[in-house]
Write a protein that binds this ligand. Structure first.
Ligand code: XIL
Length: 299
């Protein structure tokens, strides 16, 4: 039985992974995606530098490929990501005027999310906007608009696809413990924004873990999940992929009622953005690793 099937039998929506066109065209990789995963997240094709590398010049080729492949193979999609300081083209980074940046965010978010309306389960509308102390990370968005860029982005997203669940996503939020500054800061801000009517449905915790951090996931994720309607682990990979650490991490979501699913950040170690750390569930020969088998037998 696949982990995705086990997840669904446990009342979750999916067990997913990231991919993009190259990996979809790799036969062995595609077989694993079909057999083992219920949701796909575009690893890079949905980012601003790909989607709108120059103003109003939209390129949806790669993301269309991913979404079409997912639909033909009955996979859910997590959209990733509209507003992020990284993989952000220079023409956006250079904007200094509030009204201009507001209009640019609105156009980008509504064009990207609107194109896939009805086809995407969840969107990472805003990605990695907090600093390690739980304040706003410096970026063109926060520097020009302050925290208001969050409302601007989420309102545009809601309008563009009223049925998608809208997420705020970040890293180092479940790794360090529930009292970590970034975790408590995210909780404080998201609570405030939801109370103020900003249409945030979910909190995403990336979970790119170092050794020994899995023990902190349950308490931190519980605290984060308490402040939004739903939550998810969105980019899981764990240095060395120790079986017990994978089980502890994934189980945290399983045990939290409104945690809807887990996404691992890739299938096979050599295709990982952290390839040298062998952090994934399949090895270079496309064989399941001990962590995979432990998840199947323990969940
Ligand atoms: C990574 C991709 O995996 C790499 O291929 C790319 O070179 C850089 O971005 N947080 C995120 C993801 O939200 O989009 C990042 O993905 C990993 C960190």
């Amino acid at each position: 039985q696949s982990i995705d099937a086990i997840f669904k039998s446990l009342g979750k929506l999916y067990f997913g992974t990231c991919a993009d066109s190259g990996l979809l065209n790799n036969g062995q990789n595609a077989e694993i995606l079909k057999a083992d995963f219920g949701q796909l997240t575009p690893e890079n094709s949905g980012k601003w530098d790909t989607i709108e590398s120059s103003q109003n010049n939209f390129n949806f080729g790669g993301l269309d490929t991913l979404v079409n492949w997912a639909q033909s193979n009955n996979k859910l999609v997590r959209g990733h990501t509209t507003v992020w300081h990284s993989q952000l083209p220079g023409w956006v980074q250079n904007i200094r005027d509030k009204n201009t940046l507001t209009a640019v965010i609105q156009k980008h978010v509504s064009t990207e999310i609107g194109r896939y309306a009805g086809k995407v389960l969840q969107w990472d509308v805003v990605n990695e906007m907090f600093d390690e102390n739980g304040g706003l990370r410096g970026s063109v968005f926060s520097n020009v608009l302050g925290e208001d860029f969050v409302r601007i982005a989420f309102e545009a997203a809601r309008k563009a696809d009223p049925n998608a669940k809208l997420y705020i996503n970040d890293y180092n939020t479940v790794e360090k413990g529930s009292n970590y500054g970034k975790t408590t800061g995210m909780i404080k801000y998201v609570t405030k924004w939801i109370a103020a009517g900003v249409p945030i449905d979910g909190i995403g915790a990336q979970a790119h873990l170092m050794a020994g951090e899995s023990k902190n996931v349950k308490a931190s994720l519980t605290a984060l999940c308490a402040v939004a309607s739903e939550c998810a682990l969105t980019e899981v990979d764990i240095v060395g992929a120790a079986a017990n650490e994978y089980v502890e991490t994934v189980k945290a979501c399983v045990d939290i009622k409104n945690c809807v699913g887990v996404t691992v950040w890739g299938v096979r170690d050599p295709d990982s953005w952290r390839a040298s750390q062998n952090p994934l569930l399949f090895n270079s020969g496309y064989q399941p690793k001990p962590a995979y088998n432990a998840l199947v037998s323990t969940l």
